[in-house]
Design a protein around this ligand. Structure first.
Ligand SMILES: *Cc1c(COP(=O)(O)O)cnc(C)c1O
Length: 949
């Protein structure tokens, strides 16, 4: 085996370490371990047909060649995506920085203060610009945010509305087509009726519970919704608005004209278009609706010594607690992109943002004047950045298109023959002149002498924003690159990421995100492509998407793929929608139940509800496996109503259940479908797959199994792979005339991060992928063998082995010492580790998934730490140390406490901060003590302006 292959850089364990690890586990070979772990009847008989592994250099050349096939025209299509300038200081220090992109969702707040502050900045930006007090961070894209708004308004119906069964959602016809398509996919199965028309003609009736409008709208027109909103409110109807976030720097914000919810994309605040995604959607509302808010909210709190700090607030709304009653199924969101948008606003400040908005508007204004002089008719009198132009009789849309393409310009072509131009931050005088020139040529008019574009242009008084925004000092202090770089670095130092140590989060697969996979993302040819450009300008993306889709089909054993879902949970929802369409097509649309094991991830029941199903729970036995008899009984009792089973494999307990094939057969015998939650595919790739097992559809989490980074809570990609009979029902996209089951704004979801997974598969090759899975299982079993005596391992498979992750017992410890798994998690921080998954899927436990990327040295160090912590607990159990004042309950110990003059604990500072030698070599200094969770929920302070005084 060559040292220098990519697989050997990705996989942490070398051949020379194997014998020792196998001996510890008690098997003689890796093959034996696998045979004793995975049921024989599902093991693949042949290697995956994926082609030979590329070297890093070969992949760099290959992906470079693909990138070169994308053509970067000047694009003024708009429709939700706009070219923007990512500040280089943000690109280099955040987007390309593994501390920012490999960190996990900030559940462990004490080691996440940097990204929490960055996300609170984002919420502050959104709250200021929309003039609504409460913003989240973040949603997947503008279209799904619209669907979330619909669901939220439906949930907020008054008693009277519920009694009257008010189920009509009014959507103004001047909304982006992809937004409407996604609303339809989501709203209809939930029992809403989507009524589309002009807001100007709407007569409010009691059956309407909510309205969605757009500001400025699909035609670029700024409409005055004040009166409309008053009428809506008069009948108890809510109003949500999709608003262009940059326009709000100049326009009266939704919160000031009465909107209940504002949502949209923050892409144009410095996130490249990436052929559609990823970028962060924003969502803001009134304070009184905070318990109905979807997605994650960051809030202020205090640590135990009273220092102000940040944490994720109101988590009880979320699916891991509320399950089918959750406000949304949002788990992975767009954290990294929200972070970047927040930094964009920090870097520019209120004056910079206003300058950018003024420039955009001034260019549009200038173009409007000049085009009118050439005989073109402006269709939208009040506009921000977008002009909708009616062509004169002697000019056809085809002529305009041909001339535009010859000048490498993309415009928007409306169905009725109008042409749209959306200008953006990057549009220069020269660009605008070229646009004008093309219209002059089309009209066969000479170009007049034109004046230069001014710095700003007027906005009609009724729409002019008078209120201030971004007044917090964070938006004033970092406008030079030096200050900005230091601010980013200052936050960065507060966070544990994969750049510091193993993050063994069970179910989350925090593996290596290799630099060679990430590098292509910085190529402008992947970054700056608009998703609605003609396909021949996106040939590189198209080939990438095609090749990756083929690879994913091979890996899952399925016949079709959709890359559209933007997260695992979105994939679940999409898969269920596809099942529903299939069943409707065979006259079985009445199947309304989805069977879900009690151990399932919270997104499963939440997604089932989003897709219009009712979840039905089936039990697990004492070994953590699905209780086959209960499953059979429930499936058969509801035979005619059962749509699907959702099952995770290997199970959320990290076990390869022996009966998985039988389980699939039971479900199929009832005429229902098997949905496999593929979050645990890292236990399957190359060894077995959902197709072989007998499932009908699965989602993959590219941000878990397939090497895409977590980004501090996103972005993710949750493609679904389906068997032959479901292929016709996969999501389409309104831009190609087929909006069937459309689930995200862009045709290929977060296309911009697909090069990561593509690189991973190309460079690992079939053999590398298989070895990665074997090694993931090896590492988990090694940790189980090393920690079983100190803690105990909760579940094991038939032959005594765990899968690719394992659950550590902490409940007895709690009984005997009062120390909880939460205390252990906090103490791990003192040792420089991020906690494993806490209390999922079993309360009172820690679930550890080391992944294949960790080395034996790192595994051994982690074992050392865990054993040492167990000894610290033993000191409490034996009464050697105080139950109330010890290193565990006081953990984590912040730097300011360690170096403080006062030290009141019965143990020394060294025991607190340097418990073992290896910590001294790699100390992670924490800057807050344990955070008060109740305070931050009791008084929600979701912006930087908040204060407990
Ligand atoms: C992570 C996870 C999900 C949800 O995926 P997201 O990408 O976070 O939406 C679903 N099921 C399981 C078992 C998971 O671990």
């Amino acid at each position: 085996m060559k040292t220098t292959t990519f697989a050997n850089r990705h996989i942490g364990i070398g051949e020379e370490e194997l014998p020792l690890m196998l001996k510890k586990i008690g098997v003689s070979s890796l093959d034996e371990l696998i045979e004793k772990t995975i049921p024989a009847n599902i093991l693949l008989k042949e290697p995956l047909k994926l082609g030979a592994a590329m070297t890093e250099r070969e992949f760099a050349e290959h992906i470079g060649e693909l990138a070169a096939q994308n053509k970067l025209y000047k694009t003024y299509i708009g429709c939700g995506w706009y070219d923007t300038v990512t500040p280089a200081v943000v690109q280099r220090n955040v987007f390309e920085n593994p501390v920012w992109y490999t960190s996990y969702t900030p559940y462990q707040a004490e080691i996440s203060q940097g990204r929490l502050e960055a996300l609170l900045n984002f919420q502050t930006v959104i709250s200021d610009l929309t003039a609504l007090p409460l913003a989240n961070c973040s949603l997947l894209d503008e279209a799904t945010a619209a669907a979330e708004a619909a669901t939220m308004m439906y949930g907020l119906r008054s008693r009277a509305q519920q009694k009257a069964q008010a189920n009509v959602l009014f959507v103004d016809e001047e909304i982006f087509p992809q937004t409407l398509a996604v609303i339809r996919t989501r709203a209809i199965p939930q029992g809403m009726v989507v009524k589309v028309g002009s807001y100007k003609d709407l007569t409010f009736t009691l059956d309407i519970f909510g309205c969605i409008v757009q500001y400025p709208n699909n035609s670029g027109s700024i409409e005055d919704y004040r009166e409309f909103t008053e009428q809506a409110h008069a009948v108890g109807c809510k109003v949500a608005v999709a608003a262009d976030i940059l326009s709000l720097a100049l326009l009266v914000p939704p919160g000031e004209w009465g909107a209940d919810i504002a949502f949209g994309s923050s892409q144009r605040l410095g996130t490249p278009m990436f052929y559609g995604g990823p970028s962060a959607a924003y969502f803001a509302t009134r304070d009184e609706y905070k318990r109905n808010m979807p997605g994650r909210i960051i809030g202020l709190s205090k640590d135990k010594y009273g220092h102000l700090c940040y944490r994720m607030a109101l988590q009880t709304r979320e699916q891991h607690i509320k399950r089918e009653k959750a406000t949304s199924n949002i788990c992975t969101a767009q954290a990294l992109l929200a972070t970047m948008a927040g930094f964009y606003a920090v870097y520019h400040g209120p004056d910079g943002i206003k300058e950018i908005a003024n420039h955009v508007h001034a260019v549009a204004f200038w173009l409007a004047e000049q085009l009118t002089k050439l005989g073109y008719k402006l269709q939208n009198e009040n506009f921000f950045d977008t002009l909708r132009i009616q062509l004169p009789n002697n000019v056809t849309i085809q002529e305009v298109r041909t001339i535009a393409l010859s000048k490498e310009i993309n415009l928007r072509y409306f169905d009725n023959g109008d042409v749209g131009i959306s200008v953006d931050e990057t549009t220069t005088q020269a660009d605008a002149t070229l646009i004008l020139n093309l219209f002059a040529v089309a009209a066969e008019e000479p170009m007049h002498d034109v004046c230069a574009i001014p710095g700003k242009a007027p906005v009609a008084a009724q729409f002019q924003r008078l209120s201030t925004y971004l007044t917090h000092e964070v938006f004033q202090k970092y406008h030079t690159e030096t200050e900005m770089m230091r601010y980013i670095k200052r936050l960065e130092r507060k966070d544990i990421s994969l750049a510091h140590s193993m993050i063994s989060l069970g179910s989350c697969t925090m593996k290596l995100n290799a630099a060679s996979e990430m590098l292509p993302l910085s190529n402008a040819a992947w970054m700056n492509l608009h998703p609605l450009v003609p396909e021949d300008q996106a040939a590189g993306y198209q080939t990438l998407i095609h090749n990756l889709s083929e690879q994913l089909k091979t890996i899952t054993g399925f016949a079709g793929v959709s890359l559209q879902p933007n997260s695992g949970a979105a994939g679940e929802y999409t898969g269920l929608r596809v099942i529903r369409s299939y069943q409707e097509s065979i006259g079985q649309g009445n199947r309304r139940l989805v069977l879900i094991p009690a151990s399932a991830h919270g997104t499963n029941p939440a997604s089932a509800v989003q897709a219009g199903y009712e979840p039905l729970t089936c039990a697990c036995d004492e070994n953590g496996n699905v209780d086959l008899e209960d499953l059979r009984a429930k499936a058969e009792a509801h035979k005619d109503e059962l749509a699907a089973l959702m099952i995770t494999y290997p199970s959320t307990h990290g076990i390869f259940e022996e009966e998985i094939k039988e389980i699939c057969e039971i479900i199929h015998a009832c005429g229902a479908q098997v949905y496999m939650d593929g979050a645990n595919m890292n236990g399957q790739v190359g060894l077995t797959n959902p197709g072989t097992i007998g499932a009908d559809v699965c989602h993959l989490n590219l941000h878990k199994t397939f090497a895409s980074p977590h980004g501090g809570g996103g972005p993710g990609v949750g493609p679904i792979c389906v068997a032959e009979h479901l292929v016709p029902f996969l999501p389409g996209h309104v831009s190609t005339g087929n909006p069937q089951n459309e689930v995200s704004a862009a045709p290929y979801g977060s296309a911009g991060i697909l090069p990561i997974t593509y690189g991973y598969i190309c460079m690992m090759g079939a053999e590398g992928l298989r070895r990665a899975t074997q090694t993931a299982i090896l590492n988990a079993n090694y940790l189980a063998a090393c920690l079983k005596d100190a803690y105990g391992v909760v579940y094991r498979g038939k032959n005594g082995f765990v899968g690719h992750e394992m659950i550590l017992e902490c409940r007895k410890i709690h009984e005997e010492s009062g120390i909880s798994e939460n205390d252990i998690s906090k103490r791990l921080m003192d040792y420089g580790y991020h906690a494993p998954t806490l209390s999922f899927p079993v309360h009172g436990t820690l679930m550890i998934e080391p992944t294949e990327s960790e080395s034996l040295a790192e595994l051994d160090n982690f074992v050392d730490v865990m054993v040492h912590i167990r000894e610290e607990i033993a000191e409490i159990e034996t009464g050697k140390v105080d139950k109330e004042d010890n290193v565990l309950v006081n953990a984590p110990h912040p730097e300011y406490e360690i170096v403080g003059d006062a030290w009141t604990h019965p143990y020394g500072r060294a025991k607190a901060a340097y418990p073992i030698q290896s910590v001294r070599d790699n100390k992670f200094w924490i800057n807050v003590a344990r955070i008060d969770n109740t305070l931050g929920d009791r008084k929600l302070l979701p912006t930087r302006y908040g204060s407990f005084e």
